[in-house]
Design a protein around this ligand. Structure first.
Ligand SMILES: Nc1ncnc2c1ncn2[C@@H]1O[C@H](COP(=O)(O)OP(=O)(O)O)[C@@H](O)[C@H]1O
Ligand SMILES: [Mg+2]
Length: 280
């Protein structure tokens, strides 16, 4: 917990500390009001490639930072990327995080480790064969590649395939179909961005962990792409973002109300919930 608290970065959810009750421990962290990236994977309302690039850059820089501190996240997926009101990304959910090079130092509980179903899509092939092994930096890189694929293709990889078939295919070295990304490349005003993001997907999800780039390398690639086309991006982004923020806040408002009710039920003294802090 101390290590997480010190691993602060603009693209990582800030951990303020923790509280202990008789039978539970709560993490006190920065409150992010706009939900998670998972809610933006929508074929009918695709994110602009420029916005995806900015998100990819932020997630890559957060992951590179964690890796530089020998922290492995272990569960990178859109649902674990939280959003600020202006759609900047921060990495959250350290429930599967572990320290690289140390045995047994993981924050995951037993039930969390075995309850791997919904994260399977983002698990690297070598992880699929050894579910209870410790996550690695290379597996985070793979998951980042799959996350980027999901954002770019705007579809869930399990659409029309059973989970078992998906796992078999990934283990054999197959990857989900990229036709949506190819279409996007032909029909966008920013083909160089789409091509750059596609290259990052291809590099990150390769089969052999040793052939995957480090997150610093990915971050630099994203940074170069972002610098080269910044003017075009910023114009497009500002409109895209302001539209999305409006929708997000409407959705988040409803979810926040539900979460507050759940929290008040969970916490021993409901008065301990302070706006701006989020207890788990
Ligand atoms: N710091 C936070 N601020 C606002 N919402 C949060 C925060 N942390 C988590 N959430 C919400 O709770 C959901 C689940 O949290 P997460 O940490 O991913 O736990 P788990 O996946 O283990 O249930 C997130 O998708 C998000 O909607
Ligand atoms: Mg989660």
């Amino acid at each position: 917990m101390k290590i997480l608290k010190e691993a602060s970065n603009d693209s990582v959810v800030k951990i303020h500390g923790w509280v202990k009750w008789a039978r539970a421990t709560g993490i006190v962290m920065e409150y992010l009001p706009s939900g998670c990236l998972g809610q933006f994977v929508d074929e009918d309302d695709r994110l602009h490639p420029a916005l995806i690039l900015r998100m990819a850059l932020e997630i890559a820089s957060g992951l590179a930072h964690l890796h530089s501190r020998q922290l492995v996240h272990g569960d990178i997926k859109p649902e674990n990327i939280l959003l600020t009101e202006d759609l900047h990304c921060k990495i959250g959910d350290f429930g599967s995080a572990s320290l690289h090079g140390l045995t047994g130092a993981t924050t995951a509980t037993k039930s969390k480790k075995t309850n791997y179903d919904c994260t399977m899509v983002y698990a690297a092939p070598e992880r699929m064969t050894k579910l209870n092994s410790k996550p690695t930096k290379e597996q985070d890189v793979y998951s980042f590649g799959m996350l980027l694929y999901v954002l770019m293709s705007a579809k869930q990889p399990l659409q029309g395939v059973s989970e078992a078939a998906f796992i078999d295919a990934i283990k054999k070295g197959d990857r989900p179909d990229k036709s949506e990304i190819e279409d996007l490349k032909r029909n966008t005003e920013v083909p160089q961005i789409v091509a750059g993001l596609e290259d990052a997907i291809d590099a990150c999800w390769v089969q052999s962990p040793n052939d995957r780039p480090s997150m610093v390398v990915v971050q630099n690639k994203m940074q170069n792409l972002f610098c080269n086309v910044e003017d075009v991006l910023l114009q497009t982004l500002s409109k895209d973002i302001s539209d999305k923020i409006k929708q997000t806040l409407d959705v988040a408002k409803v979810e926040e109300t539900q979460e507050l009710v759940e929290l008040q039920h969970f916490l021993p003294e409901s008065g301990q919930f302070t706006k701006g802090l989020f207890f788990l």
